[in-house]
Design a binder for this molecule. Sequence first.
Ligand SMILES: Cc1cc2nc3c(=O)[nH]c(=O)nc-3n(C[C@H](O)[C@H](O)[C@H](O)COP(=O)(O)O)c2cc1C
Length: 217
Amino acid sequence: MEFKDVIYKRQSIRKFTEQDVSQEDLEAILDAGRVAPSGKNSQNWHFVVIRDRGMKEKIGQAILDKNELIAKKMDEKDPEKGLRFRKLAKNFSLFFIDAPVLIVVYATVYHCVGYYEYLFAEFPQEDIDKLSRSDPGMQNIGAAVENMVLAANDLGYGCCWMTGQNYAADEIVEVIKKETGFEKEGYFLACLLPIGVPQEGAKSPGRKELSEICTFL
Ligand SMILES: Cc1cc2nc3c(=O)[nH]c(=O)nc-3n(C[C@H](O)[C@H](O)[C@H](O)COP(=O)(O)O)c2cc1C
């Protein structure tokens, strides 16, 4: 695909056909993530690939359980809000189950230059928090995930970058550990990336104009 088409035709895909993703293509997608840039070349990511439907369903159940726990507490204050939160999970956090491939993106922390210096010099927590807003650790993950998203699109697949389930991050990591034994010390869930052949009809929201998000000085 033309570079411009990969960028401009990409959409978040939440409905997939039953067609599989070949191992060769999957490895090409993962490799695009591998070569992404990262602060001090820290490469603070780890990709776990899940094809097994049973596993995906168990992850989905962990999300639903945590969602229900939160929603019940919300019900006590406002049942409308609880209901809305339940709907959000059903519509935007479970569709990965039907994707043939799920990449679970793990990350470990990588702090800004100055973070440990602030700690050492005993700067106020407020300054440390302020510095951490531009956390390069998560920017690294963004670069790796976007590389994978674009590589998947280039190969004719669709995917959806997902963080909406991250309130159940620990529970998801626990399911994976319980079912497969996989764990990676110091790593946590950053996002999910389901990949497959897109069903037609995906709709994407518009974007702000360049004049709104860009200032030429
Ligand atoms: C970091 C990130 C997290 C996202 N999390 C979710 C998610 O949890 N569930 C979902 O359905 N879409 C999720 N999206 C997709 C966005 O909703 C989507 O990118 C946005 O609405 C623009 O639509 P488009 O990707 O089709 O252009 C996420 C996107 C990004 C970049």
